[in-house]
Design a protein around this ligand. Structure first.
Ligand code: ADP
Length: 548
C-alpha cells in the first residue's frame, strides 16, 4: 500500500521508501538525520514559496472529504497539508506561532526558516558543527534585529494621518489576497473594526470583540461592518415583527438574556407524575399555562422588550410570547449569548427568579436581515450601549471566497492591531530584508572565527525573501537582488524593495508597501529559533512501532 509509504533520499541521493506501520523503526543519527530533516523542510517550503507576495499564487486545497479551500495564506496551506514528517510539522507550527502572535507574515516566516536551513546544510557539508552554526545564526539574528530597529519608522503622527496610515497598511496586506478588487472596502472595515473596539489605555485590541461572520450570496462588495452582533437566527415566531425598535417614550430596547430553560418548573409531587384521567391532564395543562403566563408577566414587569434564550421552548410558549408582544429568539449558542451580554451591557440570567430590571441588556434596534431571494435571514442586534463589539459581515458568491475573504480580513485586522500596539513600520517588498542582509554581511567581514560563515549564510537566507518576491512577480531574482543591494548602498536607504506590481518605482515608502515592525521582527526571531531547534535534533526515530 503506497499511501503508507514516504519517499526519502539517503545521503548519496538514492531514493528509498519508508513504509509505516511495519512494526519496525528506522533510526537516523547525527549528520545524516540533520540532512534529511532539512530536505523535508525544503520540500514543504517549496510549496509555500510560490504564494509569497502580491503576485503569489493561490493554492487550491482539497481535503480528504472533498472540501475545497482556495487560499494564499501560508498558515492555512500548511495546516491542511497532511504531513507525515515531524520536521515538516515543525514548520507548520512555526507558521502557526507567527499567526497566533502577529497574524500576518505566515508565508514569509516559513520561506525564511527554510532558507536558513538550506544555508545550514551547506555549512554542515563544509564540516562546520551544527551547534556552531546555530550559535552563529543567533548572533546574526541579533545584528539583523538591530538593523531592523534602526530603520523602523514611527508613523503615529496626528490622529487623522495615523488613521490614513492604518488604512493604507491594511490595504497593502490585502493586496495579495482574493479580495484585492475590493480592498478599499475591506481595509476600511479592518480599520473601523479595530478602532471601535480598541482599548485606549492598554493600546490593545481584544479580538474576541470582533466577530467575523460570513454568508454565501451577494458579492464581496456587499460585505459590511455591523455595529453590534449578528446571530444566525430569526425570531421564534414567523408573525413576530421583523424589526423591533423602542416604544414611544423609550430610547432603548431592553433584552432579557436567559440561560435557564423557558419552561414551567415541574409540579412538585413526591411521586411519579401519574396521569390517569382527562381531568388530571387538563389540570397539568392549566398548571403549565399558568406558569408560562406568570413567567411572561415577570419578563414584562421587569421591562424587557425582547427575550434571548439559550434553550428552546415549545409552541405553546411561543404562541404566548407572540400574544404578549414579546419577540423572542431561541437556541442561541453560549458564545453568542456572551457576546450579546457584553455588547448590550446585560447580564446573563441563569435562573428565572433572578431576572431583574438592572440585568437587562440595552440596544437601539433588533432586526432580521434578509438576503435577496433566499429564505435565509440573520438577526442583527445593533446600536448596543457598549459599542465595543462589532461584526464584520462578509458576503461572497461562494463559500471558498467567503472563507478566503475572512482570512484576508483577519490578516488586515492583525496588521492594524499591530500598528496600534506599536506604530513602527518597516518597508516591505524585501526592502527590510535587503537592509538587514547588508548589515549582517558587513558584520561578517568584521568576524574572524567560524562565525563569519554563519553570518554570511544568514545574510544569504535573508536575500531569499526579495528573490522570492521577484521570482513570483516574473522578475529575474538575481538581477533584482543585485539592483536592490547596490541601490540601497548607494542611496544609503532602506526603502528600496521589489516592485512586484510593476509600478515603476522601487521606493517602498512611495508605493506604501509597509509591514509592521513587530511582525517582521517576530519572523526573524521565530525562523532563527526553529532553525536552531532542528540543528540540535540529531536522533530521530522515523515511523513504525517496535524497535528491533
Ligand atoms: P505573508 O503570509 O508572509 O504575509 P504575503 O503573501 O502576504 O505573505 O506577502 C507578504 C510579502 O509581500 C511581504 O514581504 C510584503 O512586504 C510583500 N508585499 C506586499 N505587497 C507588496 C507590493 N505591493 N509590492 C512589493 N511587495 C509587496
Amino acid at each position: 500500500d503506497m499511501s503508507n509509504a514516504i519517499m526519502a533520499q539517503d545521503e548519496m541521493g538514492r531514493p528509498f521508501i519508508i513504509v509505516r506501520d511495519q512494526g519496525s523503526k528506522k533510526r537516523q543519527h547525527g549528520l545524516e538525520a540533520k540532512k534529511s530533516h532539512i530536505l523535508a523542510a525544503r520540500s514543504v517550503a517549496s510549496i509555500i514559496r510560490t504564494s509569497l507576495g502580491p503576485r503569489g499564487l493561490d493554492k487550491i486545497l482539497i481535503s480528504p472529504d472533498g472540501e475545497i479551500t482556495i487560499t494564499n495564506d501560508g498558515a492555512t496551506i500548511l495546516c491542511q497539508m497532511e504531513l507525515d514528517n515531524e520536521i515538516a510539522k515543525l514548520l507548520v507550527q512555526l507558521s502557526k506561532s507567527q499567526d497566533d502572535e502577529i497574524g500576518d507574515g505566515t508565508t514569509g516566516v516559513v520561506v525564511l526558516a527554510s532558507a536558513l536551513l538550506d544555508q545550514a546544510l551547506e555549512l554542515i557539508e563544509k564540516g562546520i558543527h551544527p551547534i556552531k552554526i546555530a550559535n552563529g545564526f543567533d548572533e546574526a539574528a541579533k545584528v539583523a534585529a538591530q538593523r531592523l530597529e534602526e530603520q523602523a519608522d514611527d508613523v503615529a503622527g496626528d490622529e487623522t494621518s495615523f488613521k490614513e496610515y492604518l488604512f493604507r497598511a491594511a490595504k497593502t496586506s490585502l493586496g495579495s489576497k482574493i479580495v484585492s478588487k475590493d480592498h478599499d472596502k475591506f481595509a476600511q472595515m479592518a480599520v473601523d473594526a479595530v478602532l471601535r473596539v480598541l482599548d485606549e489605555e492598554r493600546k490593545d485590541v481584544d479580538f474576541e470583540l470582533i466577530k467575523l461572520e460570513g454568508r454565501v450570496g451577494g458579492s464581496l462588495r456587499d460585505s459590511k461592518l455591523i455595529d453590534g452582533v449578528i446571530l444566525d437566527k430569526d425570531f421564534s415566531h414567523p408573525q413576530m415583527p421583523k424589526e423591533v425598535v423602542p416604544v414611544e417614550g423609550q430610547n432603548e430596547l431592553k433584552l432579557a438574556i436567559l440561560t435557564c430553560p423557558f419552561e414551567p418548573p415541574k409540579p412538585k409531587t413526591k411521586h411519579k407524575l401519574d396521569i390517569s384521567s382527562v381531568e388530571e391532564y387538563q389540570k397539568l395543562q392549566n398548571y403549565e399555562q399558568d406558569k408560562f403566563k406568570e413567567m411572561i408577566e415577570n419578563i414584562k414587569r421587569v421591562g424587557a422588550d425582547v427575550v434571548i434564550c439559550q434553550w428552546g421552548f415549545d409552541d405553546e410558549a411561543n404562541h404566548l410570547l407572540l400574544q404578549n408582544n414579546l419577540p423572542a429568539v431561541r437556541w442561541v449558542g453560549g458564545q453568542e449569548l456572551e457576546l450579546i451580554a457584553i455588547a448590550t451591557h446585560g447580564r446573563i440570567v441563569p435562573r428565572f427568579q433572578d431576572l431583574s430590571t438592572e440585568k437587562l441588556g440595552k440596544c437601539g434596534r433588533i432586526y432580521e436581515m434578509e438576503f435577496g431571494t433566499t429564505k435565509d435571514r440573520m438577526l442583527v442586534i445593533e446600536q448596543c450601549s457598549d459599542a465595543k463589539t462589532v461584526t464584520c459581515f462578509i458576503r461572497g458568491s461562494n463559500k471558498m471566497i467567503v472563507d478566503e475573504a475572512k482570512r484576508a480580513l483577519h490578516d488586515a485586522l492583525c496588521v492594524v492591531r499591530n500598528l496600534v500596539k506599536d506604530s513602527r513600520v518597516v518597508y516591505g517588498g524585501g526592502a527590510a530584508e535587503v537592509a538587514m542582509s547588508i548589515a549582517v554581511s558587513e558584520e561578517a567581514d568584521r568576524q574572524r572565527g567560524i562565525d563569519q560563515y554563519a553570518f554570511r549564510a544568514f545574510a544569504q537566507a535573508l536575500d531569499t525573501i526579495p528573490m522570492t518576491l521577484a521570482e513570483n512577480s516574473g522578475l529575474d531574482p538575481i538581477d533584482t537582488l543585485t539592483l536592490l543591494k547596490s541601490k540601497q548602498i548607494k542611496e544609503n536607504s532602506s526603502l528600496i524593495g521589489v516592485d512586484c506590481l510593476s509600478k515603476g518605482s522601487n521606493d517602498m515608502k512611495e508605493l506604501f508597501v509597509v509591514d509592521p515592525f513587530i511582525g517582521k521582527k517576530q519572523q526573524i526571531m521565530l525562523a532563527t529559533q526553529l532553525c536552531r531547534m532542528i540543528l540540535k535534533i540529531d536522533n530521530v526515530i522515523i515511523s513504525g512501532k517496535d524497535e528491533y
